[in-house]
Write a protein that binds this ligand. Structure first.
Ligand code: IMP
Ligand code: MG
Length: 185
């Protein structure tokens, strides 16, 4: 999992310095592996992928390109983070505008940290009577998880450290980085 951070310079965003944590090639390989499983599980299900903006958008695009079944993509915007900490105050900033009744739904997240965001959002989805709801997340921080729910597809598990890059941000910045970086202590 750990990348050779000697070869890639640290980056600075606002008041924090970050070092290389997961290289692009490893991210790509983990998404390919995840997609192979999803392609089998959903081959006849025509799922609706619900992408949680903003962070999951980079992962969602790369995953989408690896999927071989018919599928649709929709977006919601949910926010709970401020700086480097989950606030627990979950807000739906942009809601779904399609009917998901009798559809197979897959929620696409960049990272499940405390689980506050999805434990708030999943019941709202289930109330709309989909046939199934599963969660696919690029990253999972198992040590940070406070809520008991199952992440069906996690491409990678990481320790409880703050990271940026590949869609993930610090103060809105760093989403454009191709690798994932970890905050320096
Ligand atoms: P949760 O509600 O605590 O599970 O946090 C989920 C959301 O917080 C994710 O969708 C991310 O947008 C954001 N988040 C969690 N951990 C990190 C991190 O290490 N870096 C950047 N954003 C994060
Ligand atoms: Mg997010």
């Amino acid at each position: 999992m750990m990348a050779n951070s000697n070869l890639v310079p640290n980056i600075r965003i606002d008041d924090k310095e970050f070092k290389l944590f997961i290289e692009e090639a490893q991210i790509t390989a983990s998404i390919q592996k995840l997609a192979e499983v999803v392609n089998v599980d959903y081959h006849d299900k025509n799922p609706v992928l619900i992408v949680v903006l903003n962070g999951a958008v980079v992962f969602a695009c790369d995953l989408l390109k690896q999927l071989s079944m018919n599928c649709e993509m929709e977006f919601v915007k949910i926010s709970s983070y401020h700086g480097t900490a989950s606030t627990g105050n979950v807000q739906i900033k942009l809601d779904l505008d399609i009917d998901i009744e009798n559809r197979h739904v897959m929620v696409i997240e960049d990272i499940v940290d405390t689980g506050n965001t999805l434990s708030h959002f999943i019941p709202l989805l289930k109330a709309r009577k989909p046939l199934s709801v599963k969660i696919a997340s690029l990253l999972l921080k198992p040590d940070a998880l406070k809520n008991r729910f199952h992440v069906d597809y996690a491409a990678m598990e990481i320790p409880n450290e703050f990271i940026v890059g590949y869609g993930l941000d610090y103060n809105g910045k760093g989403r454009n980085l191709r690798n994932i970086y970890q905050v320096c202590d």
